[in-house]
Design a protein around this ligand. Sequence first.
Ligand SMILES: *Cc1c(COP(=O)(O)O)cnc(C)c1O
Length: 470
Amino acid sequence: MNNPFRHLPSMTKLLEAPGLVAARQRYSQSLITATARAVLAARRAQLAAGASGRLDVDSLVADIVACLDAQSQPALRPVINATGIVLHTNLGRSPLPEEAARAAYEAARGYLNLELDLASGQRSNRQDPIRTELRRLTGAESATAVNNCAAATVMALRAVAAGREVIVSRGQLVEIGGSFRIPEVMATSGAILREVGTTNITRLSDYERAITPHTAALMRVHASNYRIRGYTRAVALEQLVELGHRHNLVVIDDAGSGQMIDLAPFGFPDEPLIPASVAAGADLVLFSGDKLLGGPQCGLIVGKAELIEKIEKDPLMRAFRLDKMTLAALEATLRLYRDPASALAAIPTLRMLTTPVVQLQARSEALAERLRAIPGLTVDVRDAVAYVGGGSLPDQAIATIVLAIGASRWSESTLATRLRTGNPAVMARIQEGQVWLDLRCVREEQEEELLAAVRQAVQEELHPANSPVR
Ligand SMILES: *Cc1c(COP(=O)(O)O)cnc(C)c1O
């Protein structure tokens, strides 16, 4: 007698509702029909499972429109990074300089002389422009670029040490992110890992004793994401180079982050400086393009011309080489380093890392004033500590300022979720029972959007959750 399905409107009735007729301005009839059918089916399933709920046309139409809107958003979309973590792996690490983003855009939408010498009309090497810039910047004989530093490590080891031994300190057998682990990368490349020393102490004599006729290289790996403190000793690159060259071995420096100009005055004393590694005599220096260098995702190899040539001849190079957009963005980023002072301003990663706390304080105070006008929101401006990189440089701490916010209606985790799923998406930190917004990685022109996003997250009702056809 009491059949709940009886109250569900028909498809025809739904599709004629003014809300869905209006939706035809934005969405195709076939998409609207398919979405309506899916929402209706989901509602039927809920009823069959004994759930109650509104069955009127208006509430169904609202669900269908919300569902259409949700589907119309691409899965990958811009996020306001309010975490204060400059190199956030999950948020794409380095944002590109304007010049680099523009170069990538132009390369993407048209043709370019990727492998063509315009003067002679002859075929050229796609690595040449990058090589020229990197030689100038680092003092290295030659250079080449691949998809990331993991690929750079594999390529360097294959060229230098396939089937032969590479000596690495036990204190440097790092794991960087999920799958980059030195022992496994070494195995993938075909080189044989020879560990020496202990976790905290490795001496030059440890390396020396391990050298045999099977040894091809000595490798230093920068401990990007951890520190060994206390009673420790590592061998300086210069000493490793002296030892290696005395035994005719190649010395590889996996420097990791790609610091090109000295950031020590800004409070980052522990990252290797690429030109210094080259000057120390390392035969190959490896680093990422999208960590401290502040460019697109890639891996850079600088060093001896003969070794770079060997790497470029490896058939795997074809699998790891960069595409035109990345090459264009990389060249543009590297060109900015021709003038180190302007690089600090023009490269977002460097600009964000070196933003003075007083500047963040002033911006935070001003935004706090405006946030306090939102009913139901508490706002506190306070000192905090941020970390340079989630997965890549988590040990590099910087003093920062945060807006610590709390909503009377929502718990901190609900508020953070609402910010993350809003439009634009905002990624914040949850700490000490509050949601922390750090303006370090928020561009000034994004502050309006951030303000609107917080207002929306604090005040508006949630969209119907879990749209059935996502
Ligand atoms: C980050 C890092 C890598 C891996 O670089 P990706 O560009 O993420 O592949 C390798 N070695 C060191 C020392 C690093 O810091």
